[in-house]
Design a protein around this ligand. Structure first.
Ligand SMILES: [Zn+2]
Ligand SMILES: [Zn+2]
Length: 310
């Protein structure tokens, strides 16, 4: 079996043959490369196979998207529906602390294999994971039908956020600065004529500039929902304080009104047929994973989402 790991020589496809670790086997159909995979790879060699955005088939042929976080299911946070806050979650994530989906196959907890209904193409079902991130961000901010919201950033998370906000009936404006990504946002229903005084700004870039923009464009007393990962700290100043902005950090996904946001993401993927082919710009076979990472991490390639298909 092949798996993609960060090694002293960079990203490599290595032989990972070993006894099954329990659970169910998923023969991987597609695995997305996330911005956080690029960061993880930059931290040096890893002892686990990368990839937390993946889908495939069970041994009986059932198509599934894999929820990459194994939670305990019985702590106070899990029982409250905030599984993303479970103490077990960080230490039990496929592709981060457990072998992930950039591989031919992976063994997962049976509860993590979420069956795809007919009509959801397996080719793009690795997007269920970033869509779930987007749904959690809009749910945290209480985005609902008729609301006018602003999305900042049109990487995969920003684009999934546009689709998620549109799927609940919100009107979405977009601030982004790369032509291909702006066009992708427009295809998903975002307006690029930007106003001011937004009730909700969904920040999906994770930079100082995007934070400054969010504070500038949110209305006094409004809400900024943080979906982008701040790998470097950002500062907020007096403008933030004077506006009395509510800041809502958002991390992965859990339950909203009792509904699993990961499972709800399957619904969004099925409801927006263009979503996959709008976001996925590059596809590579598993043996070319090093090149896939290079393309994903190099601005000049203009890649949005790079997917590896074993
Ligand atoms: Zn990710
Ligand atoms: Zn728990």
């Amino acid at each position: 079996m092949r798996g993609v790991r960060s090694t002293a020589e960079g990203i490599q496809v290595v032989s990972t043959a070993k006894a099954p670790t329990g659970g169910v086997r998923v023969s991987v159909a597609g695995s997305g490369i996330c911005g956080s995979d690029l960061h993880l790879a930059s931290f040096g060699p890893s002892s686990v196979t990368l990839g937390h955005e993946f889908c495939g088939r069970l041994d009986d042929g059932t198509p599934v998207a894999v929820l990459p976080i194994v939670t305990c299911g019985h702590c106070e946070r899990c029982l409250a529906g905030h599984d993303q806050q479970c103490a077990s979650a960080l230490g039990a994530m496929y592709g981060v602390s457990l072998d992930g989906g950039l591989a031919d196959e992976v063994w997962v907890d049976p509860g993590c294999a979420k069956v795809l209904p007919p009509g959801v193409a397996l080719d793009n079902a690795c997007l269920v994971e970033p869509i779930a991130v987007a749904l959690h961000g809009i749910n945290r901010a209480g985005v609902e039908a008729g609301m006018r919201v602003l999305v900042i950033g049109a990487g995969p998370i920003g684009l999934c956020t546009i689709a998620a906000a549109r799927s609940v009936g919100a009107s979405v404006d977009l601030v982004a600065n790369r032509r291909r990504r702006i066009e992708a946002g427009e295809r998903l229903g975002a307006n690029t004529s930007v106003g001011t005084e937004y009730d909700v700004v969904l920040e999906a870039a994770g930079t100082q500039g995007s934070m400054d923009k969010a504070i500038q464009l949110v209305r006094p007393g409004g809400t900024i929902s943080i979906l982008g990962n701040f790998w470097d700290p950002v500062a907020v100043g007096l403008g933030f304080q004077i506006k009395e902005v509510t800041l809502l950090p958002s991390y992965t996904y859990g339950h909203h009104h009792g509904v699993s946001e990961f499972e709800d993401a399957v619904r969004v993927l099925g409801a927006v047929p263009d979503l996959g082919d709008t976001i996925v710009t590059h596809r590579f076979p598993l043996d070319d994973a090093a090149e896939a990472f290079r393309v994903a991490g190099n601005r000049s390639t203009d890649a949005i989402k790079v997917v590896v298909h074993p």
